[in-house]
Design a protein around this ligand. Structure first.
Ligand code: NAG
Ligand code: NAG
Ligand code: NAG
Length: 201
């Protein structure tokens, strides 16, 4: 079945999620921009960066940031999916149109480093659960006044941007999915806490 056909079919099977998140306008695409959370002196370089992708393998990228918004800045949109995150009934994928036939999606890479306080965000081709990602890692996204959220257990502890693996600021998240055992941890000075705000196209 064509992925879009599958999604349309599935969306009719998700009345609870669609009711609770009925105020989400999924018809409008956006670019994602960092907005530095307050009280982080010296972290200004992480403000106003635009989400992009960095190729790491076939159909796989890391989520990174570039300083400028251009016509190649990935267009993001929320799309109903058959996946959910623990503690949430928000059944949306954070999808991207990267200019090729298949949509791509955020994958919360909760298992890169078991029980770690923070983990990277991947951008993989395709939507929903797959051999590369679980339902948990690909569902549960929504937008509210403080931008893009993920429905992790006990509320979403937030996005992190760090100078890391690719010579570009890179997206990570505070991971409380290991049942909050270790709290949200302390960030290295090469990282900042940010919101990811949608700037509509
Ligand atoms: C959603 O956003 C689009 C684009 O701005 C707009 O045309 C449409 O009216 C909006 N829909 C709702 C229900 O607000
Ligand atoms: C969710 O959808 C994907 C394809 O979009 C499919 O491979 C997967 O089996 C589905 N999962 C469930 C639980 O239905
Ligand atoms: C947005 O959602 C997050 C995650 O559930 C929550 O912590 C935050 O308070 C919400 N923000 C607003 C303004 O409702």
């Amino acid at each position: 079945m064509h992925p879009l056909t599958a999604l349309l079919t599935l969306s009719t099977l998700l009345p609870t999620a669609l009711t609770q998140y009925a105020n989400l306008n999924t018809s409008q695409e956006y670019n994602l921009r960092t907005c530095l959370k307050p009280n982080q002196p010296g972290k200004e370089r992480f403000e106003n960066l635009w989400l992009s992708t960095f190729h790491i393998g076939a159909a796989q990228s890391d989520a990174v940031f570039l300083p400028d918004r251009t016509n190649t800045t990935p267009a993001a949109f929320l799309t109903p999916s058959n996946t959910t995150a623990v503690g949430s009934d928000a059944s949306y994928s954070q999808a991207f149109d990267l200019g090729n036939p298949v949509p791509w999606q955020f994958v919360m890479a909760t298992n890169v480093n078991g029980y770690a306080n923070w983990e990277p965000v991947r951008v993989f081709a395709g939507l929903g659960a797959s051999s590369q990602a679980s339902a948990y890692q690909t569902g549960g996204f929504f937008l509210n006044e403080t931008g893009l959220q993920w429905g992790a257990l006990g509320g979403f502890p937030g996005w992190i941007v760090c100078d890391r693996w690719h010579g570009l600021p890179q997206l990570f998240f505070h991971d409380n999915s290991d049942f909050g055992l270790y709290g949200v941890g302390t960030l290295p000075c090469s990282c900042a806490d940010v919101n990811l705000m949608p700037e509509y196209i």
